[in-house]
Ligand binder design. Structure first.
Ligand SMILES: Cc1cc2nc3c(=O)[nH]c(=O)nc-3n(C[C@H](O)[C@H](O)[C@H](O)COP(=O)(O)O)c2cc1C
Length: 153
């Protein structure tokens, strides 16, 4: 059984909704176990458990949110210690105000150090969530889970 971790920060609920949609999509793949966790509740054990990761974050002040950055800062050295040679597949969703490019750039830079490899193009949702955005996130969750089940990741 392969494992998918969905880890996100959300202050006002946007990214929580988007990640719930990704989780609903992943649950459609019964051969994969999926954990949906707020970044503040997730730790190194969750990353070591995971075979692939979906990150969710707003952009704040042009950067990745502090909540997700905190998770990455807390887990970086312990993860390196336990799993220096892994290359986890990941995807990113940025539910944001009017940009999102800074958050994407920063995450791509951070995960190079783990390292992790981008499995899907980042999804940016700007402003109010539309039904199509939830669908895109649901499809991402299903795609990542199906990729795990098929042994692609
Ligand atoms: C302190 C603060 C800084 C923000 N900075 C940015 C920014 O740099 N770029 C952007 O596109 N949106 C920015 N926003 C808007 C948030 O990214 C947006 O409201 C997002 O949907 C919040 O996600 P959440 O509801 O999951 O917390 C900022 C919001 C706050 C509160």
């Amino acid at each position: 059984m392969k494992n998918l971790l969905i880890v996100y920060h959300s202050q006002s609920g946007t990214n929580a909704r988007l990640m719930q949609a990704a989780y609903d999509g992943a649950l459609q793949e019964s051969e994969v176990e999926t954990r949906l966790l707020r970044a503040s509740e997730a730790n190194t054990e969750d990353l070591l458990w995971a075979d692939a990761v979906i990150f969710g974050s707003p952009e704040n002040f042009g950067y990745l949110s502090g909540g997700l950055t905190d998770f990455l800062a807390r887990t970086f050295y312990p993860y390196q210690h336990h799993a220096p040679n892994r290359n986890l597949a990941y995807a990113l969703v940025v539910g944001t105000g009017n940009d999102g490019s800074g958050a994407i750039r920063q995450l791509q830079r951070i995960v190079r150090g783990y390292p992790m490899r981008e499995a899907a193009e980042a999804i940016i949702v700007r402003g109010e969530i539309q039904a199509a955005d939830l669908l895109r996130c649901e499809e991402l969750g299903l795609t990542m889970a199906a990729g795990l089940a098929l042994g692609i990741f």
